[in-house]
Design a protein around this ligand. Sequence first.
Ligand SMILES: *[C@@H]1O[C@H](CO)[C@@H](O)[C@H](O)[C@H]1NC(C)=O
Ligand SMILES: *[C@@H]1O[C@H](CO)[C@@H](O)[C@H](O)[C@H]1NC(C)=O
Length: 426
Amino acid sequence: MELVTLFLVCLMAVSSTSAEVESKSKPGRGRGSMWWGIAKAGEPNNISPLANGMIYMDPAIHATLRRKQRRLARENPGVLAAIAKGANMAINECQHQFRNRRWNCSTRNFLRGKNLFGKIVERGCRETAFIYAITSAAVTHSIARACSEGSIESCTCDYSHQSRAPQANSMGAVAGVRDWEWGGCSDNIGFGFKFSREFVDTGERGRTLREKMNLHNNEAGRSHVQSEMRQECKCHGMSGSCTVKTCWMRLPSFRVVGDLLKDRFDGASRVMVSNSLRTTVNEATLSNRANPNGLKSPNQVGSSPNSVSSNSIHARSHQQKKINRYNFQLKPHNPDHKPPGMKDLVYLEPSPGFCERNPRLGIQGTHGRQCNDTSIGVDGCDLMCCGRGYRTQEVIVVERCACTFHWCCEVKCKLCRTKKIIHTCL
Ligand SMILES: *[C@@H]1O[C@H](CO)[C@@H](O)[C@H](O)[C@H]1NC(C)=O
Ligand SMILES: *[C@@H]1O[C@H](CO)[C@@H](O)[C@H](O)[C@H]1NC(C)=O
């Protein structure tokens, strides 16, 4: 774990350096994505607020935030730690999903004004789409969980399910046995979703095609988190009779989100912009997108079409400006393909080859990467090494082994040396 020493510097003192960095970054490309650098702030504990309204952190990290993002951090004490945790979750998940591929989601040492994921972000390819979706999903996830854990001052558990009548179970209520009740502490997906939109989408105005691509992928990441929310329950009552059940909605594990987004990466759509607005497509889809709060319980949305129309006209016009940013339909590059759905990842241009090192494009190449000589997939030596061939070596691996547990509480292990055959690309 890389630990960056954090300097105690007042928020005010760094605002001039931040403005400088913002103006230097390329317009339109990765405008809203410099906050990813927050992942390198080290342990989330290191950026806890010391006093209400004042946040102390490494000025170099702080400089990666845009003005609106700094305001959001100030107004919601505790969010920075959650965002840093989310950014690290995103990096770890991305590197897990891509561990066996030519592009392996490596991050660069954090340098001020440089993008954490490197120059790949300047392109509008599939890999870029994945990075945006996974980071946006991770912030949604991390904030929703931090709310229910009580580590953000401006949000709590979601208790909104409490007031609703318990759903009838499929067999109907049995006399004398109570149905389950909401009442548990649900992860606050409503807050997480909205906060991610505000924070992550800052700077993506949706005017250029690239900004629309980013917005679409950010939104796709969030909606995968949202739709994987599951109901969990706990029984109460004498000797486990379960006469009363308390239920709540819980976030999926982030691995589930990573797996889903990787599937969408494999089936990503190449797009261009169409003229039609999403309003004409489907009113229900529009209000769902505009009002994540209406989606707190996915099973309720499915069973009750009325929940969609619960928005008052007034609330809708108030949110009109926000809606418009997400109110577009991207058109498939190939007219024979279906238009991308809300959960699909979209990209604008084919990926560069990741075979050879190319510093101009920020590509490391696959020289020296380990490969699997019996696999015919992307981790196989043929594909990973791009036909250059590979070297086979016998290496001695030192591992802990024959571990025994000693009362109490110690585990003692031996160090074992085992021989392993590894293959590395030339
Ligand atoms: C990714 O691949 C590069 C070589 O191309 C290697 O140096 C790096 O350690 C790999 N990173 C991860 C996270 O696997
Ligand atoms: C190599 O690939 C084969 C076939 O896909 C697989 O069974 C095996 O577990 C892989 N080996 C490693 C070390 O990943």
